[in-house]
Design a protein around this ligand. Structure first.
Ligand code: ZN
Ligand code: ZN
Length: 326
């Protein structure tokens, strides 16, 4: 049975739409490059587009954090960043559109970029729908009531048509949602923030957003170590380049190097790096990816020389809308 993740938002901190000038510049680049590459007919356009990497074509995406973890039976949403709006439209084509949908949303923490899509999540306005919301933090209900209150939003919480049901998750305790087990572990982020390890038929996904990863050794991680151990796919915060991560201490975010270090030591098979810096252009995210590639090579070389245990990892910088099965 398929166990998969879909990323509805991969940008960090604030939604980041492309500026008109950026779009204009990219169109100009491609019109010139198309001919430079020796193409001349409109029939060649599809072939040309296929040659382009992510950062030169659609880019990585501008919506903030929202992920969907699902099996054939169960679907869980994690975080309500601006990406959840698009998921809402999809849900409206199913039972949610008829007022008999049931949605489960887990929240890592309550920074704006993880909540900002909620007022635009259409199923919440349809009578008959049940929207279950979960967090380890006890203040979830208060937070959601505040979002849906004047003068922040014209529809007050009491007037939302769907039934909203709040649940508190217990730290480091497994809870079953249909055929998925979820265990929250603490991340290294202000206010605080919880990651989720999710299991289904001996496959494990871990969602580690947002985190600065200030604890790295097994001893430092202590009770939170299982979040990173024997994982098939980890979604990890790589907002910064390696250098930025050393400069922006206490900003709550990491670079890809932290995720790679954990992966080769703790047996993480695949990583999707997310929470791309809103200040970073697609080219800058691509450069960070190149830097991570060089860093990973140094890890491989070191482990070849030292003979230490090394688990190879398949990793990439995530693109909005990306879906991965494990
Ligand atoms: Zn965030
Ligand atoms: Zn945050």
């Amino acid at each position: 049975m398929a166990f998969k993740i879909k990323l509805w938002g991969v940008r960090g901190s604030i939604p980041t739409p492309k500026k008109p000038e950026e779009i204009k510049g990219r169109i100009q680049y491609h019109l010139e490059n198309f001919f430079k590459q020796g193409y001349s007919h409109s029939g060649d356009i599809t072939t040309y587009l296929k040659t382009l990497p992510t950062h030169l074509l659609g880019g990585y995406g501008g919506n903030t954090s929202c992920a969907e973890v699902s099996t054939n039976k169960t679907s869980l949403l994690i975080d309500g960043g601006s990406g959840i709006r698009q998921k809402g439209f999809e849900l409206m084509l199913g039972p949610c559109g008829l007022g008999n949908g049931e949605v489960h949303i887990l929240f890592s923490h309550f920074h704006w970029d993880h909540l900002i899509g909620l007022p635009f999540f259409i199923p919440i306005f349809i009578p008959g729908n049940k929207i279950h919301m979960y967090s380890v933090q006890p203040e979830l209900k208060k937070v959601v009531q505040t979002i849906f209150s004047k003068p922040y939003f014209p529809v007050p919480f009491e007037q939302l048509s769907a039934e909203i049901i709040f649940h508190q998750l217990e730290a480091r305790k497994s809870q079953t949602f249909g055929d998925i087990n979820v265990t929250p572990y603490q991340l290294d982020h202000p206010d605080p923030c919880w990651g989720f390890k999710m299991g289904h038929e001996n496959k494990y996904l871990s969602y580690c957003v947002d985190t600065e990863c200030t604890r790295v050794t097994r001893e430092e991680l202590g009770d939170d170590l299982p979040l990173y151990q024997n994982i098939d796919l980890m979604v990890f915060d790589a907002q910064y380049t390696i250098q930025e991560a050393t400069e922006k201490v206490n900003w709550g975010h990491a670079s890809a190097s932290f995720g790679l270090d954990l992966a080769v030591r703790e047996n993480i098979h695949q990583i999707l790096f997310v929470h791309h810096d809103p200040a970073a252009s697609d080219e800058t995210v691509y450069n960070a990816q190149q830097q991570a590639e060089a860093y990973y090579k140094t890890l491989v070389d070191y482990h070849k020389r030292s003979g230490e245990t090394f688990y190879p990892v398949n990793w990439s910088y995530a693109v909005e809308g990306q879906e991965v099965k494990v």
